[in-house]
Design a protein around this ligand. Structure first.
Ligand code: IMO
Ligand code: MG
Length: 432
């Protein structure tokens, strides 16, 4: 059975975790394929509220397998804390969470370098999550990374650290005057992490291939959003995940071929948010922004960093673009209920750049920074939708809005969410 990819269509935080949590019920295996603990998914279910950064959202179904693929970078203490936290709250993890032996390991110098690099960039700071993600992927690509297979082998770990620690010390001391680290201390700490993580480590591409060969449904959970992609995002205000969090990255990040992906589901918020710096043409600074940020049961603050998210109208130019680069086969629209109080709703249908109208995203950062949104206005519904469970229960203006977004995406919307609870969702068309 071909795999299903769930991908973020905007700048992250679209509700991917919430959608995966819903779809996971019908899957056999759920896998993360990219990024690291810069991702943050909040999931609310009968066990309570959970924030996941590395463990796939399928973990709450006791019969599902969960995989952290080779494309992910893992920060060992963060992953161990997440596992402990889940176990403390009664979620079984052992025997069904598999960590790729090829995944890269985030080391203390990555976190340090992330924050030092950000300070050094001054006004051009990207506003990263400060989790060390870009330096970790830089080391992966630069062949100076450490992988899980070596983390769990104390001798291989020592050998790797004997090169890496002095190499990084030199860099950190000369560039930033940071105190050197000792090989022994790092080895002691990371050997212990390796020992604790060892029971979870597997050749995960085999786990995934086996499930697929057995006809099982495999769900590949994207992190971040398409507009944060290194190639197609708003460069340089992007993240550095390799492979990409785009749907095309899913095959590489888990170890399957592109022919083994059957569906790509794009998740979009009914409006637009962004955390961190970078262009966001539809950003608002008025009372509508406050309604979008504070209006729902779960206000718009980053689940990883707690930063307030920048909020604005739905950007159809960006949405259409991300639908195409992901080859979406269907889409989900989340947080429709947040628009409930608004009398009118705007959608950005084109940008004006250098006095010219364009309906696609410019590549140049200067062009993107000055892109002025051109809006179309739709009537609001001013009606509580949070209890709606069927499409026909929605007010006609809300149905029209969903149809409008569907036309923009040129992709069928299969699911609409009207609140954070598992059942606050309207299924329009079977996705699996
Ligand atoms: P989820 O999976 C929203 C953003 C950061 C910053 C830029 C680079 O929760 O949707 P990084 O730390 O990755 O080097 O930061 O990318 N960013 C996210 N924004 N949701 C995410 O993930 C993000 N992951 C990274 O805010 O602007
Ligand atoms: Mg998030």
């Amino acid at each position: 059975m071909p795999a299903i990819v769930v991908v973020g269509g905007q700048w992250g935080d679209e509700g991917k975790g919430r959608i995966v949590d819903l779809l996971a019920e019908k899957a056999h295996l759920v896998a993360r394929y990219s990024a690291g603990n810069n991702a943050g998914h909040t999931i609310i279910n009968e066990l309570g509220e959970f924030k996941l950064h590395l463990v796939p959202a399928g973990i709450f179904y006791p019969d599902k397998l969960c995989v952290i693929g080779n494309g992910v970078v893992i920060d060992p203490p963060v992953l161990l804390e997440e596992i402990d936290h889940l176990e403390d709250r009664g979620v079984s993890v052992r025997g069904r969470l598999f960590l790729s032996d090829r995944a890269h390991v985030l080391m203390p110098w990555h976190r340090l370098l992330d924050n030092l690099d950000e300070s050094a960039r001054g006004k051009s700071a990207v506003g990263t999550t400060g989790r060390g993600i870009t330096p970790a992927f830089m080391d992966k690509v630069g062949r100076s990374g450490l992988r899980v297979a070596d983390l769990i082998d104390p001798e291989a770990l020592l050998e790797a650290l004997s090169f890496l620690v002095p190499y990084k010390n030199e860099l950190l001391e000369k560039l930033y005057g940071v105190e050197p680290m000792s090989i022994e201390r790092v080895h002691e700490e990371y050997r212990e992490y390796g020992a604790r993580l060892a029971p979870f480590v597997a050749d995960t591409q085999r786990v995934v291939q086996k499930a697929m060969a057995g006809g099982e449904t495999v769900l590949l959970e994207g992190a971040q959003g398409s507009l944060l992609d290194l190639d197609f995002g708003t460069y340089e205000y992007v993240t550095s995940s390799v492979p990409s969090s785009l749907a095309a990255g899913a095959a590489l990040g888990i170890g399957i071929g592109p022919t083994q992906i059957g569906q790509v589901l794009g998740v979009y918020k009914a409006y637009q948010t962004r955390v961190g710096a970078g262009p966001m043409p539809t950003e608002l600074h008025d009372e509508t922004a406050t309604i979008l940020r504070e209006g729902g049961p779960r206000p718009e603050y980053g689940s990883t960093t707690g930063r307030p998210r920048r909020c604005g109208w739905f950007d159809a130019v960006a949405a259409r673009y991300s639908a195409r680069i992901n080859g979406l086969t269907s889409a989900a629209l989340t947080r429709l209920d947040i628009l409930d109080p608004l009398a009118a709703i705007k959608v950005c249908t084109a940008y004006e750049v250098d006095g010219k109208r364009t309906d696609t995203m410019p590549a140049g950062s200067a062009a993107m920074a000055q892109a002025k949104p051109l809006y179309e206005e739709l009537p609001g519904w001013q009606h509580d939708t949070s209890a709606c469970r069927r499409f026909k229960d929605l007010p006609s203006q809300a149905r029209d809005y969903v149809d409008y977004i569907q036309d923009v995406l040129e992709t069928k919307i299969c699911l609409v969410s009207v609140g954070p609870e598992r059942d606050q969702a309207i299924s329009l068309k079977g996705v699996m």
